[in-house]
Structure formats: structure tokens, C-alpha cells
Design a protein around this ligand. Structure first.
Ligand code: NAI
Length: 341
């Protein structure tokens, strides 16, 4: 693929939003941040509607002066633009049953994550625009950076261009929520979903496994729990390394380390060819993520994630993971530090 296009404020015309009714389904992390940013960008409050069930999020929206609609059918009927900003796992049910059948045939639907669109879990009408405006930031930062006059990283794409004006609307919305200030990167739901799920199912599982096994080997070699926990993560050194990697460069940050460390890290990583890991990663990407196998398996157990106790599969994964020596040692060290042992 190579270089991605980057869109800035100057690529976007807020005028295309004139008189459009912009509905935010959800006023949580992203909904509250994006709706407030959009209003600050000069979109009149009367053009904005928060569609929210009766809960504390709706109360917060009202307290901030927004118009709130609890009846989703009414919100669906008036929407020229619909931001879907409720949790990903509830989007298909809520959108397909309560919004989709009532919506205008030329509306623009905006998602902040690629998953449901990539795996065809949302039902759109063919004349509608479907766009992704996906901040790469938690909602509170989307809001606070905008308040400071700064932007935030964001992916933007047009997935279905029913009106032929999908990109203009997507860029205007991106600008209105503050996403083109720093540059919004042209992406796709495929790219966003592949990268997200790959990080979650390939990269981080290996990192967790490597920490687990590194801990076991060093513990067997006589290192104490306290020394290991601090050396490996409790000192926050790994967090600092990643911060410096973002600021100085992935490899250039090594220059902050001792000469012995630089020599060991560079020499050691170059010695590891990585062929087996590349195959393993490719297998997960092709045969678990992109082919929809994970999505299908997850949809089978999704309903069980609300259950209490052992029948909740996530609780079961936590229970097994907490059997790791690393986790047991960490508990002992933390208890000791709190003066409990
Ligand atoms: P959230 O968890 O903050 O959503 C809360 C909102 O969803 C509330 O308004 C609540 O009333 C509503 N809601 C929850 N369950 C509902 C149901 N069953 N029926 C109707 N409404 C319901 O959501 P968040 O984290 O803002 O995520 C929204 C979207 O943004 C997702 O697609 C997510 O992947 C994406 N995203 C989230 C980021 C974050 O900072 N958490 C970062 C980037 C993208």
C-alpha cells in the first residue's frame, strides 16, 4: 500500500453540513466528546440531537444543553447524519432493529470502529453513505485536546458512497469533531479492523506470553519476586520506553539506554530472524481474523459475556491467566508493599 493520504482542515468544507440534522446515537466516551467538539466548531445546537436510552448518559447530555431523544424511531427518521457511538457489541441489534428501517434513504452513517462494517453486521440501504471517522484516542482526550486547540490522530474512510458525496461529508464531519486539525489518515474498515484485531490477537498475546516465560526462567534462576516485578514492569520502564519510541523513534530511543544495553538489544534482535513468528502472525491474520472466523466464534459466545461467575467465558480466561506465576508473585509483592504481609 505505501503512503496513505492525509486530510487537513483545508480539505474539508463545513458548509456541506448546513441544515443537516446530526444525530449521535450514544453519549459515552466518544459520543460526548465528538458531539461537544462538533458544537464548538459552530454547528448550531438545534442541528444536533442525542439519541440515548433513559440512563445517566442521557442526563449528562441534557445537563450539557443538548437536545435528547429517547425514542430511537423518531431520531432515526430525522437523521441526515447518524454517528453510531454505542458499544460495538450492541450496535447490530440497536441499529438494525431500531434505526435502519426508519432512516432516510440518503442519510450518512458514521462509525468510529471498523469491525461491524467490515464483517457486514450492520444493514444499510444502498443509497446511504457509510463512512468511518475513527479517532485513535480515548474520548476524554478527543475532548481535552480539542479544547486546547489541538488535534488528535484519526482514521477516515468512505465504505459506501450512496449519494456520491460521502467523502465531502466524512471530511466535514472529521473537521467538525476536530479530527483534521492534526491530519486525518485515509484508511478503511478492513485496515482498521485488521490492525486492531491483530494487535489484540497476535501481537499482545505474544508479548504477554514472553513476559510470562521470561518471568519463569529468571525466577528459576534465583531472581526474587520483588526484583523481577520491578525490573519487568512495575518501575514503569516499559511505558517510558514506548513513550520515547513515539517521540524519538522506535530504534533511536535506544540511545537513551546504556552502551551495553544498546549493544545487547540491537545485536540480539538482529540475530532473531523471525521467520517462524512471521508465519504464525500471518496465520492468525489470514485464518482467524480476515476470514471472519474470530468474528463468527465471538458472536457465538457474546451473549454469555453478561453472565456472572464461571459461565462467563471472559471470567474463565481471567481465572486461568491469574494462575500464572507472574500474577501470583505480583499479588505477593503488592500485598507486602501495602504492609499486608
Ligand atoms: P461507550 O461504552 O462509552 O457507550 C456508552 C453509550 O452507549 C451511552 O450513551 C449508553 O447509553 C449507550 N448504550 C450502551 N448500551 C446500549 C444499549 N444496549 N442500547 C442503547 N444504547 C446503549 O462507547 P464508546 O467507548 O464511546 O464506543 C463507541 C464507539 O467508539 C465504538 O464503536 C468504539 O469502538 C469506538 N471507539 C471508542 C474509543 C474509546 O475511547 N472508548 C476509541 C475509538 C473508537
Amino acid at each position: 500500500m505505501g503512503q496513505a493520504k492525509i486530510y487537513y482542515d483545508s480539505d474539508a468544507d463545513l458548509g456541506v453540513l448546513n441544515r443537516k440534522k446530526i444525530v449521535f446515537l450514544g453519549f459515552g466516551n466518544q459520543g460526548s466528546a465528538q458531539a461537544q467538539n462538533l458544537r464548538d466548531s459552530g454547528i448550531p445546537n438545534d442541528q444536533i440531537l442525542i439519541a440515548n436510552r433513559v440512563d445517566s448518559y442521557a442526563e449528562t447530555a441534557k445537563a450539557k444543553g443538548f437536545h435528547v431523544e429517547h425514542d430511537f424511531a423518531t431520531a432515526a427518521e430525522v437523521a441526515d447524519v447518524l454517528f453510531i457511538l454505542i458499544p460495538d457489541q450492541v450496535q447490530p441489534r440497536v441499529f438494525n432493529e431500531q434505526f435502519s428501517p426508519k432512516m432516510k434513504s440518503n442519510a450518512t452513517i458514521v462509525v468510529a470502529s471498523g469491525y461491524n462494517v467490515f464483517f457486514n453486521l450492520l444493514k444499510f440501504q444502498s443509497g446511504q453513505d457509510v463512512v468511518m471517522v475513527a479517532p485513535r484516542m480515548i474520548g476524554s482526550s478527543v475532548r481535552s485536546l480539542h479544547e486546547k486547540g489541538r488535534g488528535f490522530p484519526c482514521f477516515v474512510s468512505v465504505e459506501q458512497n450512496g449519494t456520491g458525496k460521502g467523502l465531502d461529508v466524512a471530511l466535514a464531519l472529521s473537521r467538525a469533531i476536530g479530527a483534521t486539525k492534526q491530519g486525518a489518515i485515509a484508511s478503511s474498515v478492513r485496515e482498521e479492523t485488521a490492525m486492531d484485531l491483530f494487535a489484540e490477537q497476535a501481537l499482545w498475546p505474544n508479548i504477554i506470553m514472553m513476559f510470562r516465560e521470561a518471568f519463569n526462567v529468571l525466577k528459576d534462576a534465583g531472581c526474587s519476586d520483588e526484583a523481577l516485578c520491578y525490573e519487568m514492569w512495575m518501575s514503569k520502564e516499559p511505558a517510558e520506553i514506548f513513550e520515547r519510541a513515539a517521540d524519538d523513534g522506535f530504534v533511536a530511543q535506544l540511545k537513551h539506554h546504556s552502551t551495553i544495553s544498546q549493544y545487547g538489544q540491537l545485536g540480539g534482535s538482529l540475530k532473531l530472524g523471525g521467520e517462524a513468528m512471521r508465519e504464525h502472525f500471518k496465520d492468525i491474520l489470514d485464518n482467524q481474523i480476515l476470514n471472519g472466523k474470530f468474528c463468527e466464534a465471538f458472536s457465538q459466545i457474546e451473549g454469555d459475556l453478561d453472565k456472572e461467575g464461571d459461565t462467563n467465558p471472559l471470567n474463565e480466561l481471567y481465572r486461568r491467566s491469574e494462575e500464572m506465576e507472574l500474577v501470583k508473585a505480583e499479588k505477593r509483592v503488592k500485598a507486602r508493599l501495602a504492609g499486608l504481609l
